[in-house]
Write a protein that binds this ligand. Structure first.
Ligand code: GUN
Length: 283
């Protein structure tokens, strides 16, 4: 039976260190680290994520500035808010929750955030930095995935990591981070032919494709580390992209849903924000 990788417990221990860092910042500079969280409209999942992010700020002593904008917010007004937050000296990190309503240009909005304040690591400058191996802010979910894998004590270097999913938020940056840890990386996606032939070769399998229980037990290499990024809601219940009941019989380590990747995403967001705050003071 696989050992469960407890994302909640790992998050709690990292948050203790982050709380100490946030306190050190406040004592050094006379104000709390600040994170602006912008939500537009009423996407059901986003409501939950944003609530969790604001609660986590409170827990580690980061000040949150919450902006809840109406579904029909104009792009002009949203960009004006981003400009204001870019110039606000009490705001160290800015997060615009995705997805945005269809009439808003996501790329344009993300590009408007100053890269130094881009707590999500979604700005092209940070995405490009990740690609080139330059210092940059790393997207939260992929950064959390690397921490979860490392928490097992397993070495990443030389392993075959298969990432199922190619989103800008998870799949692509996760593949880049695994590559920078010297894994051999394969990226699969919803259009991959014979997905199982790839996943069965994975020493590390990251499922981030958004299809409920797509990965069955017979698609997993015995002894693999399985990271399930899926958050598929069905009849009020949350399901991963991995069939947990089957997978836990084959894998060596596996993340549960919920309680695996999700808490780490929030924790890495706080880490990014606190690091941005210190970096900005160093100039
Ligand atoms: N939507 C889903 N995941 C994320 C995330 O990590 N950050 C933001 N801003 N939006 C998201």
């Amino acid at each position: 039976m696989a050992e469960i990788i407890d994302g909640k417990a790992l998050s709690a221990s990292i948050k203790e260190d982050l709380a100490a860092e946030a306190k050190r910042y406040e004592e050094s500079y006379g104000r709390k680290v600040g994170l602006a969280v912008v939500k537009v409209g009423h996407d059901g999942a986003s409501e939950v994520y944003v609530r969790n992010k604001i609660a986590a700020c409170e827990k580690v002593g980061v000040r949150s500035f919450a902006y809840e904008l109406p579904e029909d917010e104009s792009e002009e007004d949203l960009l004006a808010l981003v400009d204001k937050l870019n110039d606000d000296e009490e705001v160290d990190g800015i997060l615009v929750q995705l997805p945005l309503p269809a009439h808003l240009n996501e790329k344009k909005v993300l590009a408007r955030i100053r890269p130094e304040k881009d707590a999500d690591g979604f700005h092209v400058v940070n995405a490009g930095g990740l690609m080139l191996g330059l210092p940059c802010t790393k997207p939260c979910t992929p950064a959390g995935i690397i921490e979860l894998i490392k928490s097992t004590g397993a070495k990443i270097a030389g392993k075959h990591a298969v990432v199922v999913g190619r989103s800008n938020i998870v799949g692509k940056p996760c593949a880049m981070l695994l590559l920078s840890e010297n894994a051999t990386v394969t990226i699969c996606h919803s259009r991959t032919v014979d997905l199982a032939s790839y996943t069965r070769q994975a020493d590390i399998l990251v499922a981030a494709v958004g299809i409920k229980q797509l990965i069955k037990g017979d698609m997993i290499k015995p002894g693999a580390i399985v990271i399930d990024v899926g958050m598929n809601r069905d009849n009020g219940k949350l399901y991963g992209d991995v069939d947990f009941g089957e997978a836990e019989k084959v894998a060596s380590y596996i993340t549960p849903v919920p309680g695996g990747v999700g808490p780490m995403t929030v924790t890495m967001l706080l880490k990014n924000t606190i690091e941005s705050a210190f970096r900005c003071r160093k100039g």
